[in-house]
Design a protein around this ligand. Structure first.
Ligand code: MCU
Length: 406
């Protein structure tokens, strides 16, 4: 701009008398300055609005854009994540709305509340906070209360996700505070509605004082159906430092395609065709894919990829319905994404053996502790190479190799 300005100035001085100069140049300059931000690319990623639906029984390549070009750099991968985010919202999750136009929050005596308004409607929602004495305390947002042990020094934010989006079968569609605000016909499934609530809880933490919580050191957890929710929240809400989905199974740590392959082998495993009839976790848009998951543009290894490079510890259990081979192979593929980004130890998965659903066995404790230490308590935690689950050959589900992203 400086060069253009100088050249123009010299040229203009030659052809015009000095008195006329500024009356013409200044409006021109003002137009240029005002127009510049509009002309400059707001975002260098090209995010498509339609997505490939060619059947592919293998897990989609996380290192190729939908137009076939390679993802070679970390910056490319950020763009890839934007197209994954667009596709997964369009096909599975529904639209994840941004911060609403009006928002206010309060904190008092262990209760954090917010009021959010859009289009003349508004809702209020509260969470309770415990274990937050001290200063700059990390916290875990726990869907329906934590079913993992939360260590001393980490606060628990109890998040009543069902209030935002109900989840008691098909009749819950469009019910809950999220839908009171955005309308019962909103495309978001319950998992997305809850993630929106997590995003607002963080807005509320940022907007208030007295709670002692450090909003930059937040984890999110939930078990089973709420584990699916915790995984999706970690993927959609970039301010989450550590995702801790527990026994999320299908719709969370499992890949739809691998679950279908396991089902075909005779396993009693939850698949997309079953899940859409059971509950309203996903967008109605997912119904169209439920019996042909192989046509989805993405799969759930890329849900882990959306969390990357942030912390992610996936806790599973060898219960057939959760799909232990599917979750293990899917999360192995997810770890390939972390490896490609040069941060393999920011993700792990643990879950060998079978135990009561959502009870937390002692053999997973050291893995959980390592991740909480590293990502929430800022102390040392050895999170290297945590891949615990049944035998599952990820190579048979992928036809790509992971590059080293520069
Ligand atoms: C693992 O999460 C779910 C599962 O997807 C459902 O099919 C089953 O009905 O409930 C599980 C659950 O949330 O258990 C508490």
């Amino acid at each position: 701009f400086a060069i253009v300005w100088r050249k123009w100035h010299i040229l203009y001085s030659r052809i015009n008398p000095p008195t006329m100069k500024y009356s013409i140049v200044l409006p021109l300059l003002a137009t240029t300055v005002l127009a510049a931000p509009l002309e400059a690319p707001q975002d260098s990623c090209k995010v498509p609005t339609s997505f490939p639906t060619t059947a592919n029984a293998k897990l989609p390549n996380p290192f190729k854009f939908f137009d076939g070009t390679d993802v070679k750099t970390k910056a490319d991968f950020e763009c890839k994540n934007k197209e994954v985010l667009a596709a997964i919202q369009a096909q599975e999750l529904g639209t994840f709305p941004p911060k609403p136009s009006t928002f206010s929050a309060t904190y008092s005596g262990g209760t954090l509340s917010f009021t959010a308004g859009e289009g003349g409607k508004s809702i209020s929602f509260s969470v309770s906070i415990k274990g937050n004495s001290g200063s700059s305390v990390p916290a875990i947002i726990a869907y329906g209360g934590a079913s993992i042990p939360v260590p001393a020094g980490v606060a628990t934010i109890t998040f009543n996700n069902d209030q935002l989006g109900q989840q008691s079968g098909g009749s819950s569609r469009g019910k809950g505070k999220f839908y009171d605000l955005y309308g019962s016909g909103h495309s978001a499934g319950a998992l997305t509605a809850w993630a929106w609530g997590v995003d607002r809880v963080i807005d509320a933490l940022e907007a208030t004082t007295g709670h002692n919580i450090d909003p930059k050191r937040l984890g999110v957890t939930g078990c089973s159906r709420n584990g699916k929710g915790a995984f999706v929240a970690a993927a959609l809400v970039k301010r989450i430092a550590l995702g801790i989905p527990q026994e999320s199974g299908s719709g969370g740590a499992a890949c739809w395609r691998i679950s279908d392959s396991e089902k075909a082998k005779g396993k009693n495993i939850q698949t997309s065709s079953q899940i859409v009839g059971e509950n309203v976790w996903f967008s109605p848009a997912f119904n169209a894919f439920s019996t042909k998951a192989s046509t989805l543009s993405t799969d759930h290894h890329q849900l882990a990829g959306l969390v990357a490079p942030r912390g992610l510890i996936v806790i599973e259990n060898e219960i057939d319905w959760l799909g232990p081979v599917s979750t293990t192979a899917c999360m192995k593929a997810g770890r390939l994404i972390y490896k490609a980004l040069g941060v393999p130890d920011n993700m792990g998965f643990t879950g060998s053996g079978n135990h009561n659903h959502c009870s937390f066995p002692s053999n997973q404790q050291s893995d959980l502790t390592a991740f909480i230490n590293k990502f929430l308590l800022n102390t040392s935690g050895n999170t290297a190479n945590i891949e615990k689950g049944p035998a599952a050959d990820v190579a048979s589900y992928i036809d790509w190799t992971a590059p080293t992203l520069t």
